[in-house]
Design a protein around this ligand. Structure first.
Ligand code: T5A
Length: 212
C-alpha cells in the first residue's frame, strides 16, 4: 500500500478524539506526509455512510432492541467491512494517510475480553473482514477504568459506555494484553494533553521518518 494507516485505541474517554484532532492539525506540518497525499480522519463504528446507520443501531440505548452479543459482534464487523471497502482501502491505494479512532483491536478488547466471545472466533472473523489491511501503527492510550468513568461523568452514556466498571476492567485488561502481543505503542494517557500529543508525534516520527 502506498498510504499509511494509523489507529488510536483505548477504553472510553481515554482521549482518542482529542488526540486525533491534535494529530490532524500537526501531521500536515510534520514533513512526514507526501505533498500530494490527503489526510483523512475517520472512526469506528461509523466511518462510512452505511456505517453511520450501523453506529446508531449499535450504540442507541433503547433496551427493547438491544442486540445480542453475537449480533453486536457482527454489526461491528459489518461496519468495519464497509469502512475498509469504501474508505480505508481506496485511501491507502491512492497513497493517502488515514487516522482512525478505533479499529479491529476494539472488537478483540470489547467483544472478546469484555463480552467473553471466543477470541479465536473473533480473529477468524477479523481475517475475513480486514482483507489483509493492518494498521502501520496503533497507539494505545492507557487510562484506568476509574478515570474513564470520572472523565465521562457529565456525558450521556451510550449503550456500551453504560456497561459499568467491571465490564470496563475486563476490556482494559484485554487492551493491555493485545497491545503487548501486537507491539502497539503504549502511551500513559492520564498526563496532560500537550505531553500526550508530543509522545504521539514522537511515535510517528520514529515510525515513519525513514520510510517516507
Ligand atoms: N466498540 C467499538 C466496541 O465495543 N467494539 C468495536 O469493535 C468498536 C470499534 C464506540 C463504542 O463502541 C465500542 C467502544 C465504545 O464504547 P465511541 O464514540 O468511539 O463509541 O466512544 P468512545 O471511544 O468512548 O469515545 P469518547 O469520545 O467517549 O472517548 P475518547 O474519544 O477516547 O475521548 P475524548 O477525547 O472525547 O475525551 C473524553 C473526555 O476526557 C477529556 C476530554 O476533554 C473529554 O471531556 N480528556 C482529558 N482530560 C484530562 N486529561 C487528558 N489528557 C484528557 N484527554 C481528554
Amino acid at each position: 500500500m502506498k498510504g499509511k494507516f494509523i489507529v488510536l485505541e483505548g477504553i472510553d474517554g481515554c482521549g482518542k478524539t482529542t488526540q486525533i484532532n491534535e494529530l490532524y492539525k500537526w501531521l500536515p506540518k510534520s514533513g512526514l506526509i507526501n505533498k500530494n497525499a490527503t489526510l483523512i480522519k475517520t472512526r469506528e463504528p461509523g466511518g462510512s455512510i452505511l456505517g453511520r446507520e450501523i453506529r446508531d443501531m449499535i450504540l442507541n440505548n433503547n433496551k427493547s432492541n438491544s442486540p445480542s452479543i453475537l449480533t453486536e459482534l457482527l454489526l461491528y464487523s459489518a461496519d468495519r467491512a464497509e469502512h475498509i471497502s469504501k474508505v480505508i482501502l481506496p485511501a491507502l491505494q491512492n497513497g493517502n494517510w488515514i487516522i482512525s479512532d478505533r479499529f479491529s483491536g476494539s472488537t478483540l478488547a470489547y467483544q472478546g475480553y469484555g463480552r467473553e466471545i471466543s477470541i479465536d472466533i473473533i480473529k477468524k472473523l477479523e481475517n475475513i473482514v480486514c482483507q489483509n489491511i493492518k494498521p502501520d501503527l496503533t497507539i494505545f492510550l492507557e487510562i484506568s477504568p476509574e478515570e474513564s468513568i470520572l472523565r465521562r461523568k457529565n456525558k450521556v452514556a451510550d449503550r456500551i459506555e453504560s456497561e459499568g466498571l467491571e465490564f470496563l476492567k475486563k476490556v482494559n485488561h484485554g487492551f493491555k494484553l493485545i497491545a503487548l502481543e501486537n507491539n502497539w505503542e503504549i502511551i500513559k494517557a492520564s498526563e496532560d494533553l500537550t505531553s500526550i500529543a508530543q509522545q504521539i508525534q514522537k511515535s510517528l516520527i520514529n515510525k515513519f521518518s525513514l520510510n517516507k
